[in-house]
Write a protein that binds this ligand. Structure first.
Ligand code: N01
Length: 552
């Protein structure tokens, strides 16, 4: 029920921020420094976004923690100690809470609050946001920091609500955790979440059945404790390292750029390189073996086949190994998974792999999973690792419109349209952090968050200093940018994969390649140039109503 007490006194802000994850928190910090009244609205009962919700067993970042952390404050990055090469979900959530406390951000975060609608009044030049509880907020600017992988999706399986056991989704994992000891457990989905979770659940469960529709490439993470020898030199040159990361396509430093094309290198030398990278662990290093792995199919085949052979050498049952060896997409064109003992897990006597590509799931029965063939797998619990309505899901769940008649869901009906991934034509003063059309999800995400929030803060500051109060992307600039994003994607192997990058995991979602894959370095330079040149592609103006008000 709407709470009528809110209705009479809308909160007045300079900037309303939707989301209290890594992006929303940094936006509070950065925009507050401009003297603006800001507030973030977060649907969770704590800050942290992705790292608040994704508490499934084994959840861990696949970018090294010395990279995957905020860079905006040197004191913060010097004092925080990461205990391992890759942060676990609890450690990353601790870090985010530490940041919230250290910079006094909590006072500007409103938890347990879901934004239901955001309406821009073209005449008054004001956004009005309404929460699910009926509170209204009025703000000059709106920053959508709602996340790219924040709308969990469980497939619409018939019978799911009659299942007698318990079921879970990785992105909505219970805070108190789940004890699978001795149970017959099914995991549906083998993307990054499934691949991280499966080895841990296998150690607890009586029996684990993995339902795989598409095999994914996974590389060993080779996680290990942080050592002073690793941490000390990194922190001694932190600023230089961060700056160097900005000059790379993935915004991740520490990996020398490749210089040679794959097929220019003799096969035996290539094998040695792939082997060294496999032993080193991590995905960037492997994809950085040669310059052309993501643009030349023949080159990519050599890297893909190396990993398929590794899978065949680890997994003892030949049929299982062949099912696990991906053959439908080039390596790296879907998000590469990082794992600890994923393939080894299939050698356990209590783990079985079921191919639901050839024999799809027909329905969930009260007792388990029923396949089209009639085979039934009896289960006590099901863990859905079936992913998210990525990149557009969170914004499309909010009713975003203008009094002039623009409706975001309609504008994006054929796929998301943005200029630079930062703004949408027809929706003035609404910024999107790391949205579709930006490289965010293809990079070290916190670097992309900082780059976007800094750009947004600079734009708002620029408006204020020029006595302007309205910025809007033009339809032409948006169209040209969307074409550019597509052209860049089409020059790579990415479109060969059915991935969430193209919305393939959501039935009926328009198939559009959403991230910008031209590289963080190129993208950042372009955004910087746009700002330095006075924001071509945007219309900046002083709103007439504000003008009139200032004259009276
Ligand atoms: O989701 P996904 P995710 N029947 O979409 C399957 C980030 N992340 O949560 O490929 C059967 O990748 C689906 O099959 P298919 C990271 O960016 C990061 O794992 O559509 N199966 C697929 O196997 C990642 O890419 C980290 O054929 C069905 C799986 O479910 C992103 O989040 C950790 C099905 C979904 O895989 C999403 O990863 C975790 C159906 N009806 C996540 N529907 C780290 O930092 C879907 N599937 C390590």
């Amino acid at each position: 029920m709407p709470d009528a007490s809110h209705a009479s006194s809308p909160r007045q802000l300079d900037v309303a921020i939707v989301g209290g994850g890594l992006a929303g928190l940094y936006a509070i910090h950065r925009l507050r420094k401009l003297g603006l009244a800001v507030r973030a609205y977060e649907q969770g009962s704590g800050v942290g976004g992705t790292w608040f919700w994704n508490r499934y067993p084994g959840a861990r970042c696949d970018v090294e923690s010395l990279e995957y952390s905020y860079s905006f404050d040197d004191g913060l990055q010097q004092e925080w100690h990461w205990p391992e090469r890759y942060g676990t979900q609890p450690v990353i959530l601790d870090y985010i809470n530490h940041v919230a406390d250290r910079f006094g951000l909590r006072r500007d975060v409103q938890l347990n609050t879901r934004i239901a609608s955001a309406v821009f009044d073209d005449t008054a030049n004001i956004w009005t946001l309404t929460t699910r509880d009926g509170e209204t907020i009025r703000a000059r600017y709106c920053v959508m920091a709602a996340g790219n992988l924040s709308t969990p999706r469980v497939p619409d399986f018939k019978g799911i609500h009659d299942f007698k056991g318990r079921w879970y989704h990785t992105g909505l994992w219970p805070q108190e955790g789940v004890d699978f000891t001795g149970l017959r457990v099914g995991v549906i989905g083998t993307g990054s979440s499934g691949v991280q979770m499966i080895p841990i659940i296998a150690r607890q469960a009586g029996h684990l059945t993995v339902f795989q529709r598409t095999a994914n490439f996974s590389l060993p993470a080779r996680n290990k404790p942080m050592t002073p020898e690793r941490e000390g030199p990194h922190k001694a040159n932190y600023r230089e390292r961060r700056a160097a990361a900005m000059e790379t396509p993935f915004a991740i430093g520490g990996h020398p750029r490749p210089t040679r094309k794959t097929l220019d290198v003799p096969a035996d030398e290539r094998e040695k390189t792939y082997e060294a990278k496999w032993q080193e662990g991590g995905s960037i290093s492997y994809l950085y073996s040669y310059t052309d792995l993501l643009v030349n199919k023949e080159a990519n085949d050599t890297a893909s086949e190396f990993v398929r052979d590794k899978i065949r050498s680890i997994v003892k049952d030949r049929r299982t190994a062949e099912l696990l060896a991906p053959k439908d997409h080039p390596i790296g064109t879907k998000r590469l998974c990082l794992d600890t003992d994923y393939y080894e897990t299939y050698n356990r006597p209590n783990v079985s792999l079921v191919d639901v590509r050839t024999d799809p799931i027909r329905e969930i029965t009260p007792d388990g999973v029923l396949l089209q063939s009639g085979a039934e797998h009896a289960l006590d619990a099901i863990a859905f690792a079936t992913g998210f309505d990525a990149m557009t899901g969170a914004l499309n769940e909010i009713d975003i419109r203008t009094t002039g008649g623009a409706v975001l869901r309609e504008h994006w009906a054929g796929g998301p349209l943005t200029y630079l991934g930062l703004m949408v034509s027809g929706f003035p003063n609404m910024f999107v952090v790391t949205g579709p059309g930006s490289p965010g999800v293809k990079t070290q995400m916190i670097a992309s968050i900082e780059q976007h929030v800094d750009w947004i803060a600079d734009a708002i500051d620029h408006l204020g200093r020029h006595r302007l109060d309205r910025i809007e992307a033009t339809a032409d600039a948006e169209g040209e940018w969307v074409n550019h994003v597509n052209e860049v994607a089409d020059s790579t192997l990415y479109p060969l994969a059915n991935s969430w990058y193209v919305g393939a995991n959501i039935p009926g979602k328009p198939r559009v390649f959403m991230p910008y894959v031209g590289g963080f370095d190129r993208y950042k330079k372009h955004c910087d140039r746009v700002a330095a040149d006075g924001y071509p592609g945007f219309v900046l103006s002083r709103h007439e109503a504000a003008d009139a008000a200032s004259r009276t």
